[in-house]
Design a protein around this ligand. Structure first.
Ligand code: GDP
Ligand code: IMO
Ligand code: MG
Length: 427
């Protein structure tokens, strides 16, 4: 049975957590394939809001198995906190949560290195979530990393000490003023490692998934971040350190490309970005301020205000193509209610020429968006349950996007709750 993928198509925070939760009833296994606690995936149902960082978003469904794949990087301290947050919800995590032995560990010194690197960059900082993501992936690709499976080995603490000492020497050399107590950090780290060892099951996940495929179990791979934060295809260097695009699911889970079925691409009806880096359609006026306020655009992981702007269809089309998206899901259309007119970017002026693809650089001094103006709507969408109820001008907005990116929108989300989800029949 083919494995379906679900990916963010913008700069993250598109609403992946909500949609994975909504779709989980159709799947036996939900598998995260990259990123780590830089992700903040929000789920809302029965009046409660849950934010997950490492744990896949199918965890609230009793029948689903949730797998943290080899491509994910894990901070045991944050993972432990997430597991403790689940305690009131009667979830048997020892059965429903599996972790790949090949997933890499974020050490306390990876977090320190992330902070030191950002300090050293000054104004040119990436705006990282400071969760140690970049340094951990650097150690992985540099072949120095420690994997979760290592903690089952008797020599792992020696291995840990070698890497820690190397990191501490690096931090010293960076000559930034960073205050920390390594003893305190290590106490929390080792405590969390022991907790994980006794709470969740470590597996050879590629073998687990091979057998699941053989048994025809439906599997959904859950992406983190978004395509424009991809290490290769995003707005480098203002990106994260993993492949957030469809290819990342192959390497992050051990899935062959020919086993991929549907590719669900999620986007917001406008655009947001948190952290530094170019953002051609960013708004600095009261329209952007309204989007941020109505959409509660604050990072689920860091609490930082997200930058807001118009929907960029050039960037969306690029993401659709690079991922091979087969179905789109449009989130947060409800946030745009109340504007007389809406703009969508349909081309860029780049170095004096009109282009319709994502150029090498998206920097503001080289790229100016060209907009098409569409009619807005004033109705409150949040209580609407079916496509027929949606205002005509909203439907025109949807049709314009589908036409531009040549891909159908199958789900329209009109609020954060599970129930505020409209399934469209696009036939
Ligand atoms: P993720 O990282 O892609 O899972 O997205 P986040 O959870 O970081 O951010 C999405 C935010 O939008 C969360 O606060 C969600 O509860 C909220 N949300 C999701 N879908 C909708 C929607 O259709 N309308 C509104 N108003 N909020 C939504
Ligand atoms: P989810 O999965 C939005 C951004 C950071 C920063 C850049 C690099 O919730 O959509 P990192 O800590 O990865 O080194 O930071 O990437 N970033 C995200 N932005 N949503 C996320 O995840 C993000 N994860 C990282 O803000 O600009
Ligand atoms: Mg998020």
């Amino acid at each position: 049975m083919a494995i379906d993928l679900l990916l963010g198509l913008q700069w993250g925070d598109e609403g992946k957590g909500k949609i994975v939760d909504v779709l989980t009833k159709k799947y036996d296994i939900i598998a995260r394939f990259q990123g780590g606690p830089n992700a903040g995936h929000t789920l809302e149902f029965e009046g409660i809001k849950h934010v997950l960082h490492t744990i896949p978003s199918g965890i609230f469904h009793p029948k689903a198995t949730n797998l943290v794949g080899n491509g994910v990087v894990i901070d045991p301290v944050i993972f432990k906190q997430e597991l403790e947050n689940l305690a009131p919800f009667d979830i048997n995590v020892s059965e429903s949560l599996l972790v790949s032995r090949k997933a890499h560990l974020i050490l306390p010194t990876h977090r320190l290195l992330d902070a030191a690197s950002e300090m050293a960059k000054g104004k040119a900082k990436i705006g990282s979530t400071l969760k140690g993501i970049g340094p951990t992936y650097m150690d992985k690709t540099g072949r120095n990393g420690i994997r979760i499976g290592d903690i089952e080995l008797p020599t792992w603490k020696e291995k840990y000490a070698v890497l820690r000492d190397k990191h501490l020497a690096m931090i010293k050399n960076m000559k930034v003023s960073l205050e920390f107590s390594i003893e305190e950090l290590e106490t929390a780290f080792f405590d969390a490692v022991s907790y994980l060892k006794s709470t969740v099951s470590f597996v050879d996940s590629e073998e687990y998934l091979r057998i699941a495929q053989q048994n025809k179990q439906p599997i959904l791979a859950e992406g983190a971040q978004g395509s424009l934060l991809d290490i290769d295809f995003g707005t480098y260097p203002f990106v994260t350190s993993s492949n957030t695009t469809a290819a990342g699911a192959c390497t992050g889970l051990g899935i062959a490309p020919n086993r991929i079925g549907e590719v669900f691409g999620i986007f917001k009806a406008y655009t947001t970005r948190v952290g530094s880096g170019p953002f051609p359609t960013e708004l600095f006026d009261e329209v952007g301020e309204t989007m941020g306020r109505v959409g509660h655009e604050f990072g689920a992981t860091t609490g930082r205000a997200r930058r807001c702007g118009w929907l960029d269809l050039v960037a969306l089309k690029y993401a659709v193509e690079i991922n091979g998206v087969t179905q789109l899901m449009m989130m947060k259309g409800d946030v745009l209610s109340g504007f007389d007119e809406l703009k969508v970017c349909v081309a860029y002026t780049y170095r004096g020429e009109t282009i319709q693809h994502l150029p090498y650089s998206l920097n503001a001094d080289e790229v100016t968006p060209q907009y098409k103006t569409l009619k807005g709507w004033h109705e409150d969408l949040t209580q609407m349950c079916g496509e027929k109820e949606l205002p005509e001008t909203f439907k025109e907005y949807v049709a314009f996007i589908e036409d531009f990116v040549e891909t159908p929108i199958h789900i329209i989300s009109v609020g954060p709750d599970r129930t505020q989800t409209i399934f469209r029949s696009t036939e």
